[in-house]
Write a protein that binds this ligand. Structure first.
Ligand code: ATR
Length: 282
């Protein structure tokens, strides 16, 4: 075991990752010695990297695209969240064994809990949620909504077959629909979540919110830009708009606790640090 604990974010590529900024902020705030570094790793080298982790200075780390599915398969003891999603984003060593979890769902829920308290009230759970997109991020969101007992979860995707596959995998209360056939007449969801890449620096919105009830809560997990075209529309229509930066911040909490032994707080200073880095004013 190393004197100075080190954690990593491993991906290919990994240059864009803002995770080092988050974890280094917490290491400093809590006066802990340790470091968190970017570890670029090509897919063919990933298994060797993980299998040898116990012999290195690393106590664990985050895993990002394209390694999340491989990370789950390499884990000796995957936790239930990672098994349900078929992908892991957090690894750590305990008693010589590689353990794995997936913290995306936790980050999604904690962000909404913080920024839109009451978003999962019994009435909202009854009205249900609309999830836009059917990729890896959608899986984490759908699973989290199921954990919070939403009675209706509509999955809307451009390629409807992918939404149908997810609805089948997750089972009731999920249903699938083509994204172009969603409007205020067919959908009364209390919560709308965008997990598609639309809005990420392309100026496009995945959905026209015209006519949706003004008490709808709209969340975009995209955070570049912070206020996406979908969230802009929500604001214009006086709906509650929740940006995706908090999901990034909160999903980091559980990993930090595993590696460095302290459960960190997502505070205003950390959010501001990221906003400054993103070039956003708030
Ligand atoms: P992630 O793992 O981050 O969720 P992904 O698996 O690539 O990423 O999924 C991207 C999502 O954005 C998909 O739902 C995709 O729709 P398709 O399944 O039809 O490809 C959606 N998406 C990407 N570009 C889109 C576009 N131009 N219009 C509508 N949906 C789009």
């Amino acid at each position: 075991m190393a004197d100075v604990k080190q954690a990593f974010v491993c991906g290919w590529p990994v240059n864009h990752s803002r995770s080092p900024m988050i974890h280094r902020y917490w290491l400093k705030k809590y006066g802990l010695s340790g470091d968190y570094v970017k570890y670029p790793c090509e897919p063919e080298n990933f298994a060797t990297f993980v299998e040898n982790m116990a012999e290195t200075d690393f106590v664990g780390g985050n895993v990002t695209v394209p390694h999340k599915e491989a990370a789950l398969k390499l884990a000796d003891q995957p936790e239930a969240e990672a098994l349900r999603l078929g992908a892991a984003n957090t690894l750590w060593i305990r008693d010589g064994k590689i353990r794995a979890t997936n913290t995306d769902g936790y980050g999604f829920l904690a962000n909404l809990d913080e920024r839109a308290p009451g978003w999962d009230s019994p009435e909202h759970r009854q009205r249900g949620a609309l999830v836009l997109g059917a990729g890896g991020a959608a899986r984490a969101v759908i699973d989290a909504l199921q954990q919070r007992n939403f009675a209706k979860i509509q999955i809307a995707n451009r390629t409807v077959e992918k939404a149908e596959k997810l609805a089948q995998q997750f089972g009731p209360p999920c249903s699938a629909v083509g994204i172009e056939s969603i409007d205020c007449l067919t959908c009364d969801a209390a919560v709308i979540v965008n997990t598609t890449s639309l809005g990420m620096n392309d100026g496009r919105s995945p959905l026209n919110l015209a006519g949706f009830s003004s008490d709808t809560i709209v969340n975009d997990i995209v955070y570049t830009p912070l206020i996406t075209p979908l969230l802009e529309q929500a604001r214009v229509q006086k709906m509650q708009a929740v940006d995706g930066l908090g999901m990034l911040l909160h999903q980091a909490v559980l990993g930090f606790e595993k590696w460095f032994g302290t459960r960190p707080e997502v505070d205003a200073e950390l959010r501001q640090l990221l906003l400054d880095d993103l070039g956003e004013s708030q």
